[in-house]
Design a protein around this ligand. Structure first.
Ligand SMILES: Nc1ncnc2c1ncn2[C@@H]1O[C@H](COP(=O)(O)OP(=O)(O)OP(=O)(O)O)[C@@H](O)[C@H]1O
Ligand SMILES: [Mg+2]
Length: 297
């Protein structure tokens, strides 16, 4: 059971989206969420990707049998795919699929292999609005969290539309490589198109930042300047440097703050979190103090 804190707050919802794969969406979700939880904020992560990397990282992944994937047997526990399949919208149903992770203040709605059927389940149901299934479900638990992160698959489909509809902000990590820029433009255009097409005004594109950065290379500096010029105020200046500890935690299924609290990735993501300017003042001050304690890099 989760502790109740109803009526005192409502979560800020952030989607991490880039239809290009391997740009750091899942790592960013995990580390930003963990930093927020460390600051004492109550955070819910939603794994919208059938690859289920975030669920694995947080030890909340359950392997589906072939019978469950084929839909001929019921799963033992419901997860994100069932939220869409059965259109959960009561707080009881949505709370039922929220798992507590081993990190204090950090919760997740996990995914699993059967989530690959979700698009078909959504398409098969002809009643109701298919774009707001997630928004309706989150509305039932929003007062229990400070922040909700939605980790998207590298795709652009009805699940991405649901993620955008449910969000206050969209964040797009990108790599400093020529081809990533093309993907970034496409992603930003898709988000703008979806917003325009559906008349969603209350969702803001928060911006873009570079991940897996090799800051001493010419290509990094060139692309950073291009992103900065083209994206104007929507480009964050904190790069997330390439850090082997990120690959290590994803192999060892460890939390970054417990495994390598002094590594560059903690420092970079902390700076990024401050630059995003979404933290309550007291939490931002707490994070600044933690960064200062570590010293400059
Ligand atoms: N700053 C970093 N330094 C080093 N490795 C990183 C960094 N960020 C991410 N990685 C590694 O790059 C790979 C891709 O990262 P991640 O899974 O977060 O991307 P993604 O956008 O979620 O991918 P997908 O589109 O497949 O969901 C992972 O193996 C991860 O460990
Ligand atoms: Mg991912």
């Amino acid at each position: 059971m989760m502790e109740k804190n109803k009526g005192t707050k409502t979560a800020t919802v952030i989607s991490i989206i880039n239809n290009k794969g391997g740009v750091g969406k899942t790592s960013s979700t995990a580390i930003l969420a963990e930093l927020m939880a460390f600051l004492g904020l109550k955070v819910l992560c939603i794994d919208l990707d059938e690859q289920s990397n975030l669920s694995m990282l947080f030890h909340c992944y359950e392997e589906d049998s072939q019978e469950v994937i084929n839909g001929v047997q019921m799963p033992e526990k419901y997860n994100i795919s069932d939220l869409f399949r059965y259109r959960f919208r009561s707080s009881e149903d949505v709370e039922g699929i929220i798992r507590k992770t081993s990190i204090k203040n950090l919760y997740i709605i996990p995914s699993s292999k059967r989530h690959k059927n979700t698009l078909a389940y959504i398409a098969a149901n002809e009643t109701g609005n298919n774009n707001i299934i997630l928004k309706k479900a989150l509305a039932a638990v929003k007062t229990e969290f400070d922040f909700i992160f939605i980790d998207n698959a590298p795709a652009s489909n009805i699940l991405t539309v649901n993620s955008i509809f449910a969000s206050d902000y969209i964040l797009t990590p990108v790599r400093a490589e020529g081809l990533s820029y093309k993907g970034l433009r496409e992603t930003i255009e898709t988000i703008a198109y979806i917003k325009e097409e559906h008349g969603i005004d209350n969702v803001n594109f928060l911006g873009t930042y570079i991940t897996q950065a090799e800051t001493n290379t010419k290509i990094f500096r060139e692309l950073r300047d291009t992103y900065d010029a083209e994206l104007g105020g929507k480009f964050f200046h904190t790069p997330i440097r390439k850090d082997i500890k990120i690959s290590e935690i994803e192999t060892l299924f460890q939390s970054l703050l417990s495994y390598a609290p002094d590594t560059n990735a903690v420092f970079d993501y902390s700076h990024l979190l401050l630059e995003l300017d979404i933290l309550p003042d007291e939490k931002a001050d707490m994070l600044k103090a933690a960064i200062n304690e570590r010293g400059t890099d």
